[in-house]
Design a protein around this ligand. Structure first.
Ligand code: CMP
Length: 133
C-alpha cells in the first residue's frame, strides 16, 4: 500500500550538515520526495506535533531543542512508507539504535536523536497538516 510519512531532520542534524546524507538514504531506498522545506517551526506547531508529550518533564528541553535552529521537513511517499522508514530511522533511544539505521549512525541519545518519522498513517496525516498548511 502506498503511504505518506512526515519526516523531519531536527536542528542538530541540520546544523551538523546531515540533511543531504539522510535524504540520500530515503531516495536511494526508492521513496519519492513529495514536499521539502527548511524552516523554524512555531510554538503552536511544536506543541501540536508533540501534544502527547507536552505535560512530561522532558518537554521544556525537547521544545528548546526544537527551537534551537531550523528543521528540514519532508513528506516521503512509497509502498509501506511508515514501517520501512521507521526501520531506517531506528529506535527512539539512539544509544540503542542498530548500526546502519539513521539514529544508529548519526546520534547517541534519546534527547538529541536527529530525526522524526511518523508512526502511523493517521499520525502522518495530522503531522503533514500541522507542518504544510
Ligand atoms: P521523536 O521520535 O521525535 O518523538 C518524541 C520525542 O521526544 C523523541 O523523539 C525524543 O526526541 C523526545 N523524547 C522522548 N522521550 C524522551 C526522554 N525521556 N527524554 C528526552 N527526550 C525524550
Amino acid at each position: 500500500m502506498v503511504e505518506k510519512s512526515l519526516v523531519f531532520i531536527k536542528p542538530d542534524g541540520v546544523s551538523r550538515g546531515l540533511v543531504g546524507r539522510i535524504l540520500q538514504r530515503f531516495e536511494d531506498r526508492g521513496f519519492t520526495v513529495k514536499e521539502l522545506k527548511l524552516f523554524s517551526p512555531t510554538d503552536a506547531q511544536i506543541d501540536g506535533h508533540y501534544h502527547e508529550h507536552v505535560s512530561k518533564g522532558f518537554y521544556p528541553d525537547l521544545k528548546a531543542y526544537m527551537k534551537s535552529g531550523p528543521i528540514a521537513v519532508l513528506v516521503l511517499e512509497g509502498p509501506n512508507a511508515i514501517s520501512i522508514i521507521r526501520k531506517m530511522v531506528g529506535v527512539t533511544n539512539a544509544g540503542e539504535a542498530d548500526s546502519g539505521t539513521i539514529r544508529g549512525d548519526f546520534a547517541l541519545t534519546t534527547a538529541m536523536n536527529v530525526i522524526h518519522a511518523s508512526d502511523s498513517v493517521e499520525s502522518a496525516a495530522k503531522e503533514i497538516a500541522n507542518f504544510f498548511v
